[in-house]
Design a protein around this ligand. Sequence first.
Ligand code: UDX
Length: 443
Amino acid sequence: MKNIAVIGVGYVGLVTGTCFADLGNRVTCVDVNEERIANLKQGILPIYEPGLEEVVRRNLAAGRLSFTTSYAEALNCPEAPAELVFIAVNTPTGVDGEAELRYVRAAAEMIAQTMDHPLIIVNKSTVPVGTGDWVADIVRNKQPKPIPFSVVSNPEFLREGSALSDFMNPDRIVLGSLDEEAAQKVAQLYLPLRGPIMITDPRTAEMIKYASNAFLATKISFINEIANICEALGADVKEVAAGMGYDKRIGRAFLDAGLGYGGSCFPKDVKALAHMANVQGKHPQLLEAVMQINADARRSIVAKVRALVGNNSTHLNRLEGKTIGVLGLAFKANTDDIRESQPIDIIRMIQADGGTVKAYDPVAMPNAAKVLHNVKLCADAYEVAEGSDALILATEWNEFKNLDLARIKRIMKQPVIVDGRNLYDPPAMRELGFIYRGVGRGY
Ligand code: UDX
């Protein structure tokens, strides 16, 4: 059992703190947002993540997990002084595509000013290569009097929607530090998870995170490029991906063609890696192509809708007078996150083209309502379909997998479905009388 402080109760901080508490540690999570902390004390979460609320409540009740806005309480509690403090604040994209470090700086400064005993500072936020050294400098310079500390980089690899099981069943734990003893202490926390633990230097650890996410994003853009070619040549990208995936060197994961990647990590991390490369005078050609193909995946969905139901008159915008239904608003299933969400982007493109949009998502509608304008948010998929000229399947929620498609066809104005997630079977859809387009399904 160790005493741990976690800074930031966003996605990464909350999952990390909660899981460490569940493993028997005593964890205090600190955040500057008073409303979030007040809610969390009552077990009310700021995010939707399957299973997380139950684990938070269980550990709150057991007294292993607590929430505060006070750094002093989190770090220096007399009965349980923290031995390790995790920085898990967000690093939004800055104006030039770089990862913005103002919250990391604020956390490092607060730690420096508050700590009254030696600490291991563990950085979980995704930060530019070299940030470990920068954090150490900040802490050293801001301490009122010198107190020993070490910095360890420990990138996270959690996926939204399956974050708990990703945490508890890690493919690997990466630790980067020049202080072997500090790295070993962090490693001990993860021993119960039985995942491989790799200890390296801080810059390499930080790079492993960027390279991993950039590689996965590359797989997605690769299969979307193949999908495009499949459409032209009459092949089925789903079968192509399955056939490729049998090769162990390739693997089947992250070869689902569709709307491209969205969310809080891939878009930001690929951009930040390209930015780091450019700053160093390197030319990240592959990363640039990955980003361009990703942007095209969204545009190509709108292009399909235009081609199927758009006006041909030069007096009208292509989608003027057309109602387009959008099923799903989250950037993927099992999350309410709409950051860099493909469906939201697609909706804006349709609106810019004169179209009217109706939409439904099982959990992301409250978030989407804050950023969308003039979109009719519906109670379910059927209300979206009613009177629509075309339906876009934008997020692969389970509840869209077994829709009553005969009913959908009856209530739509035109039976047109553009399936951005390749959820349906093209021949079966045609059999039902739909005009159906998936992504990369050229047969
Ligand atoms: C990702 C990484 O997987 C995780 O390791 C990291 O820590 C944070 O970023 P997440 O953003 O939660 O996790 O989502 P992920 O499941 O990886 O999907 C990212 C995006 O790619 C989603 O929009 C998803 O729909 C899309 N995707 C994924 C595809 O388009 N095709 C695929 O084959 C896989």
